[in-house]
Structure formats: structure tokens, C-alpha cells
Design a protein around this ligand. Structure first.
Ligand code: GDP
Ligand code: MG
Length: 596
């Protein structure tokens, strides 16, 4: 039988039904039987299931027969959240087409637009899909119009489906075959395969996910990773269906995995090219643009003994997630730990949770900050990843911060409150576009620090959850910023320093001091908390000395209550760090994010 291949991904705003649609496609093609069907099969990371979001892109091969031709449909799942644009772009590079999925009730949202543009930049054929047409309040005609206004798609080309009931899924399969072009590439040419993902298996070593661009790879072949030149023998290769199914060869156009007994994690680089181990091997493919890490924080083990465990755990995570980076850091207050770089706040939260779930290490995390640039009085420019590295005020010629272009899509009722929020966050409006009867896209330039701080949450609550935000880096711009130091009993606590706008410094300083006062437990002595810019103290709070034993108040009372109290105290102790002789909890290290 004749064979043809289609490679595609599904891109959508979060919750528009990408994972559900993937499940339905697996079912309709018989890749997975209804009985085997566990809901949202592709989200196999435990954390993804817990949080209901797709973090790592996955690839699944489906077989589908039509008109005497067997089609291999390779579906690459992509994450939908703003923090993971980098992984989206990796997936796009492996595909010829993209299903652009939009919820028939929610309509076009910020990530719909961002993802659609990314797909167009990669020259993908876009198949517009309107999902959830089974919903009572679905408004597919209006949504088709919104898609036309914001993305230029033809309303007549929108395929209407319900990923939940399966309605329209066969039409969608037809559209995938009819509209998405087959991959080109010569199976007899020298091997050229793009590494788009990898993970680590305790028994098999690194598993490398590849898209074969040219040539053929077979079991037993010697292959070479172009970047480092390391050579390995292919001991197993195959595709995901969705479990690993081995085969004898993969050739041009196919997507699958390679296992080469690679035990050293540093050998596999996402974005690398796999070629034949011969003199005239194919050239390396252009790698992916380096991910921009925009948010940094310190991670320290609560128990200093766990430093090496933490390092091992971070190394394992980094293999699977090249957008995450870390380097050792020492803090006077927190001891030995790591400064870690993330794509955004959600990314940070996920890494922290994965670390705790997968390695059982108690972490103390410092408040996140963005990258800054400082030009000193001698004209040297410094890139700053942690606030405590900002030089003293007298040595700063210019202080620069990252600015992002935010696209915010809102129902018209909320335009006023969103504009107010953006202005308060020092945003400058750049555009105001009407997408449909009741949808508007606002574009603002806003300091990233303000976005990271809380803009996303604030937009969500100001719009009853309907507003959506996406952002991309514009560049660094000078601003009137300062380093705000926090002192506890006269000791500057490096891990509590923050950078903020000078006009906000007084308010932030007071808020942080107040918050810390409430987070620091009483000690046997008085604890003074101060906020200062340079040598100028701008706020002071005092934690009074402890007078009584905590259990004293249950004196004579019931013993289980006393035990509970002691237990609670013990748990509270876990994430503590001592600064001088003052114990500070994990929560207090995040207190600098407090708005008062
Ligand atoms: P993702 O974030 O894009 O992967 O979205 P999910 O596939 O996790 O779906 C988000 C929510 O929408 C889930 O509660 C799904 O059950 C629901 N959902 C997905 N597709 C449909 C559909 O066609 N109709 C209805 N009524 N609900 C759907
Ligand atoms: Mg999902």
C-alpha cells in the first residue's frame, strides 16, 4: 500500500481543548482503543495531570487509511502557556501544518494570536478549528469572524468540532490530509535529523526525540551529534503510539525516537542535528534560537546537607528542559544554593514543584526578579541576575530594565479597568484593535518586572478571568530604579534585596517591613526589620520579644491539642533559615513580593 506522511501540531490558548482533541484523534484513528483511553493521554507527567496543563511537547504517530493509502499522521503536542513559547517553536520546526484550535465560546485569546503568528513565521499551513461546538452557549459564527479579523483565516475554512463528543473529528482528519502538505526530503540523502526533545530513562539512558529531515537511520547505525561530534550506535529506534513502539528504520519526514545507550546527560542537546558518522556527513541544521530566560530566583536546600542532592536533581531537570538554567550561588543568609533562570513565573513554579515532587528536597526560594543592566561610572555595562549584585547608588551611571510588548485581549466591558491597570504598571499604550463584536486587543509596552510581579493575576481578576495576556521581549530601556535593601537586626540580608522604581521605593519598603514583621516569629529578643536605599533607612518595624512558652496557653489543657501545637511548630521549622540569630521562614523570603 502507498504510504504518506503528515506532520502537524495543535496550537491553542490554554483550556481550549488541545489535549482533549489529541485524545479524540488517537481514538478515531484507532491508535488507542476506547477502552485503553485514559483521558488526556498525552499529559503523562504527574504534574501536568495535577495542574491540567501540558508542559512538555510530545509526539505521537497515528495510522489512518483512506482511499487505498495509508497515512502516518504525526501529532506533536505543544504547551499553550506564555512561558513556554520556546517549546512551541521547537515543535513548529518539526511540522508542515498546525491545527489552530479556538474555543467556540471563549473565542480568540492572546495565546491564540501569538501561536498563530509563530506558526506563520515557520511557514506552516494553518487549519483553523473551532472546538466545543457542543456547548450550549457556543458562538461559532462570531468566533470565525474574530479569527478572520485577528488572524486573517477564511471563515469557510474553519473546521467545526467537538473534541468532547467527537463530532466533526472525521472532517478534521480529512482536512489534515487534504490541506497539510506532505514532508519533502530525500530518504536516500545523507542523514540529517533534528533533535527536538529528549528525556532521561533510568534504564535506557537518554531518549532522543527526532524529526528526520533527510536520509534514513537504522538500528545498528553509527550516528554523530553534530554539535559535539560524539558518536553513538543506535540500539533502538521507533515511534510513540503513544507508548514506545520500536521499528527498524526511520526515514525522511518521520518523527520518532532514538536510544543509543547515552549515559552522559551532557551529550544530548535539544536543537542539535543527528548525522551519519562519515566524512561527508550532512551539514547541521540551524539550531533553535536560545531561549530567553527572563526571571531569576535563588533556590536553596532548607537543609544544607542536601546541596549535592539538589545539584543532581537540577541537572536531571535541565536535560529535559533546556530553557532552564542554574549556577551555584552563595548567600550570607541562605548558605549554598543555586541561582536559577526561567522563562517566566509559571515556569519557575513548575520547576520548583517538580524538584520537590521528584526529589523530596525541601527548598527555600527567594523572590523572583528580572534581569537588569547597569552602566557604572566607568562606562562598563553589567548584566545583573540578582538584586544584591546591583552596585551602590554612587557607582551607577544608568540603570536599565527589560521592556515587553504585551498583547491583551479582553471583552469590551473590561477595557477601562485593564487600561487603568496597565497605566499603573507604567505601561505605554501602543495599539487598540477591535477583533469582533465584543473583543478588543490592547497592546502596551510595560516593564517586565511589573508583568512578572502580578500583572497576569491582576488582569485575570479585573476581567473575571476573560482577559488574556501574552508578551514578548522588546529590549532594555533606562529607568529610575534603585536597590532596596532589607536589614534584620542591623544585618543586610542579601537574599531579601529587591530592585524597584524609585517612586515606589517608600511604599514597597514599608510594605515589605510590615509583611516581614508578621512572618518572623517572636524570638527571645527583639528583632528589628528595616528597609533602606543605600544608607538611607526608609522603613522600620519591630518584632517584640517572646514572653511566654507557646505551650503555656494550653497549660492543664488537653494533651492532644498541645501535641498538635508542637507538631505544627515543628513543621513550621522545616523551611527556616537563620540570619545571624534570627530564624526566617520560606514565606518571609517571598514577602518582598508583597504589595502591602
Ligand atoms: P488544553 O489546555 O488546550 O489542553 O485543554 P483541555 O483538553 O485540557 O480541555 C480543557 C477543558 O475543556 C477540559 O475540561 C475539557 O474537558 C473541556 N473540553 C475540551 N474539548 C471540549 C469540547 O469539545 N466540548 C466541551 N464541552 N468541553 C471540552
Ligand atoms: Mg492540555
Amino acid at each position: 500500500m502507498k504510504k504518506e506522511i503528515r506532520n502537524f501540531c495543535i496550537i491553542a490558548h490554554i483550556d481550549h481543548g488541545k489535549s482533549t482533541l489529541a485524545d479524540r484523534l488517537l481514538e478515531s484513528t484507532g491508535t488507542v482503543t476506547t477502552r485503553q483511553m485514559k483521558e488526556q493521554l498525552l499529559d503523562d507527567l504527574e504534574l501536568e495531570r495535577q495542574r491540567g496543563i501540558t508542559i512538555k511537547a510530545r509526539a505521537v504517530a497515528m495510522k489512518y487509511q483512506r482511499g487505498g493509502i495509508e497515512y502516518e499522521l504525526n501529532l506533536i503536542d505543544t504547551p499553550g502557556h506564555v512561558d513556554f513559547q520556546y517549546e512551541v517553536s521547537r515543535s513548529l520546526a518539526c511540522c508542515e501544518g498546525a491545527l489552530l484550535l479556538v474555543d467556540a465560546f471563549q473565542g480568540v485569546e492572546a495565546q491564540t494570536v501569538a501561536n498563530a503568528y509563530a506558526a506563520l513565521e515557520h511557514d506552516l499551513t494553518i487549519v483553523p478549528v473551532i472546538n466545543k461546538i457542543d456547548l450550549m452557549n457556543a458562538r461559532p459564527d462570531e468566533v470565525a469572524e474574530e479569527m478572520m479579523n485577528s488572524l486573517g483565516t477564511d471563515p469557510f475554512e474553519c473546521v467545526r468540532v467537538s473534541a468532547k463528543t467527537g463530532l466533526g473529528v472525521n472532517d478534521l482528519l480529512e482536512a489534515i490530509i487534504e490541506r497539510i502538505p506532505a514532508p519533502t526530503g530525500d530518504p536516500n540523502a545523507p542523514l540529517q535529523a533534528m533533535v527536538f526533545d529528549s528525556n532521561y530513562d533510568d534504564y535506557r539512558g537518554a531518549i532522543t526525540y527526532v524529526r528526520i529531515m533527510q536520509g534514513t537511520v537504522k538500528r545498528g547505525h553509527k550516528i554523530k551529534f553534530a554539535r559535539k561530534g560524539s558518536v553513538h550506535e543506535v540500539v533502538e529506534l521507533g515511534q510513540f503510539a503513544p507508548a514506545r513502539v520500536s521499528c527498524n528504520e526511520l526515514s525522511a519526514g518521520q518523527v520518532g525516537y532514538l536510544i543509543c545507550n547515552i549515559k552522559s546527560l551532557g551529550d544530548v542537546h535539544i536543537g542539535d542535528t543527528v548525522v551519519d558518522n562519515i566524512d561527508k556527513s550532512a551539514p547541521a541544521l540551524p539550531g533553535y534560537a536560545r531561549p530567553k530566560r527572563m526571571v531569576y530566583c535563588g533556590l536553596f536546600p532548607s537543609d544544607g546537607q542536601e546541596f549535592t542532592d539538589l545539584r543532581d536533581a537540577l541537572e536531571r531537570l535541565a536535560v529535559n528542559d533546556p530553557s532552564f538554567e542554574f549556577e551555584p550561588e552563595t548567600s550570607d543568609a541562605l548558605g549554598f544554593g543555586f541561582r536559577c533562570g526561567f522563562l517566566g513565573l509559571l515556569h519557575m513554579e513548575i520547576i520548583q514543584q517538580r524538584l520537590e515532587n521528584e526529589s523530596d528536597i525541601d527548598l527555600v526560594q527567594t523572590a523572583p526578579n528580572v534581569t537588569y543592566e547597569v552602566v557604572d561610572k566607568r562606562g562598563n555595562t553589567h548584566t545583573i541576575h540578582k538584586p544584591q549584585d546591583v552596585p551602590d547608588p554612587g557607582d551607577i551611571e544608568e540603570f536599565r530594565q527589560p521592556i515587553v510588548r504585551c498583547s491583551i485581549i479582553v471583552p469590551n466591558d473590561y477595557i477601562g479597568s485593564v487600561m487603568k491597570l496597565c497605566q499603573e504598571r507604567r505601561g505605554i499604550q501602543r495599539a487598540h484593535e477591535i477583533l469582533g463584536a465584543n473583543r478588543t486587543m490592547l497592546t502596551y509596552h510595560i516593564p517586565l518586572a511589573e508583568v512578572v510581579y502580578d500583572l497576569h493575576d491582576k488582569i485575570k481578576s479585573a476581567t473575571k478571568g476573560y482577559g488574556t495576556l501574552d508578551y514578548e521581549m522588546v529590549g532594555f530601556e533606562p529607568a529610575d530604579l534603585c536597590r532596596l535593601d532589607i536589614m534584620v537586626n542591623g544585618n543586610r540580608v542579601d537574599a531579601l534585596a529587591i530592585v524597584c522604581h524609585r517612586a515606589d521605593a517608600d511604599r514597597r519598603g514599608r510594605a515589605v517591613a510590615k509583611k516581614l514583621k508578621s512572618e518572623i516569629e517572636r524570638h527571645m529578643f527583639e528583632v528589628a526589620v528595616q528597609a533602606a536605599i543605600g544608607s538611607r533607612v526608609i522603613a522600620r518595624e519591630t518584632v517584640p520579644a517572646m514572653r511566654k512558652n507557646v505551650t503555656a496557653k494550653c497549660y492543664g489543657g488537653d494533651i492532644t491539642r498541645k501535641r498538635k501545637l508542637l507538631q505544627k511548630q515543628k513543621e513550621g521549622k522545616k523551611r527556616m533559615k537563620a540570619v545571624g540569630n534570627v530564624e526566617i521562614s520560606q514565606k518571609a523570603f517571598m514577602a518582598v513580593l508583597s504589595d502591602g
